[in-house]
Design a binder for this molecule. Structure first.
Ligand code: ZN
Length: 323
């Protein structure tokens, strides 16, 4: 399946008019070829922004973990990226850990709710350099206008951004999809505040974030969340649904892999070593209740933008109510 986002994006809604300077939120001049901030008071008025693979790199380098020098050529990626997810490592990963058990159903729900809000929903994908597992419906639905972003350029992105400072005007998106990203960022709270900012009133967010998973993507891995911690992160959203993405069985296979890795197996051999334990994840079908969330591999959260944050006093009962 060829899912080139650049081909999918139309100009009909004029979403490019909503592109903003990541530092000062002024408009961007000539975003396609030689992007500059339009405000003379901003340092990016003169310095401008790089372009990689024809995509503007709208990052405020003064506050980002990423440097301008990283975007001199090629895609701007600091890591090897398997954007097609067809490498040997990606295949071994799927054999050991299985497919995402919830994303397909959650994606369908996300799309159904989006279409109730708008005839042609505009959806921002953060971390969309590689297509997320279980998101084929999102990418295959012609009624959705997708804006893919990541910290590097790929065939599935239209611009490069650091989501700590999203280069978009307020309230322009009907939905935001952020899958397996929030563990890789310095300030998840800042990023969720940005998601809230660029989303229209009653817009929808879908997030998947790891809990019991070891460090991946090397230097670019910073946080994990319990189910309650993930709920609190999205406290200015009303919860529609949430739950584990991969249960304790999946988490245990992760642990076996990283146990062997710590003893010297390395990235590839540790994948092979964990492979014979694939069957452990089938026990996740029998896992129940809070004890499952206490040991899950990760969590999803589907929510609707709200004006007020939830009450901190509600958090203990949020934990106690888990089924
Ligand atoms: Zn600016």
């Amino acid at each position: 399946m060829d899912l080139s986002l650049a081909d999918r994006v139309t100009e009909s809604k004029g979403w490019r008019d909503g592109i903003r300077c990541p530092r000062c939120l002024s408009s961007i001049r000539d975003a396609g070829r030689q992007p500059f901030c339009s405000s003379p008071a901003c340092s990016y008025y003169k310095a401008g922004f790089p372009v990689v693979n024809g995509q503007p790199v709208l990052i405020d380098f003064a506050t980002s973990i990423f440097d301008r020098a990283m975007y001199q050529g090629d895609s701007g990626s600091v890591l090897h990226r398997d954007v097609s997810r067809r490498s040997l490592g990606s295949r071994l990963h799927r054999l050991a850990f299985g497919k995402n058990p919830v994303a397909v159903a959650n994606c369908r729900k996300f799309l159904d709710l989006l279409k109730k809000n708008s005839d042609r929903p505009l959806v921002l994908v953060i971390g969309g350099g590689a297509i997320g597992s279980g998101t084929e419906q999102l990418y295959g639905d012609p009624s959705i206008e997708l804006i893919g972003t990541d910290v590097y350029a790929s065939p599935h992105t239209v611009l490069v951004a650091d989501a700590h400072r999203l280069p978009f005007e307020d309230g322009m998106f009907d939905g935001v999809w952020i899958q397996a990203v929030l563990e890789h960022v310095l300030e998840p709270e800042t990023m969720v505040a940005q998601i809230h900012r660029v989303m229209r009133s009653s817009g929808l967010v879908y997030a998947e974030t790891p809990f019991m998973q070891q460090v991946h993507e090397r230097a670019y891995d910073f946080s994990r969340f319990t189910r309650s911690g993930h709920r609190w992160l999205f406290r200015r959203f009303t919860e529609i649904s949430s739950g584990p993405v991969g249960g304790p069985g999946v988490a245990l296979i992760w642990s076996i892999r990283y146990f062997s890795r710590a003893l010297g197996a390395g990235d590839k051999l540790s994948r092979l070593i964990s492979l014979p334990f694939f069957w452990i994840r089938f026990f996740d079908a029998f896992a129940r209740g809070r004890a499952t969330s206490d040991a899950a591999s990760g969590f999803f959260f589907l929510g609707r933008r709200a004006d007020q944050a939830i009450d901190p006093h509600s958090m203990p009962s949020y934990y106690d109510r888990q089924q």
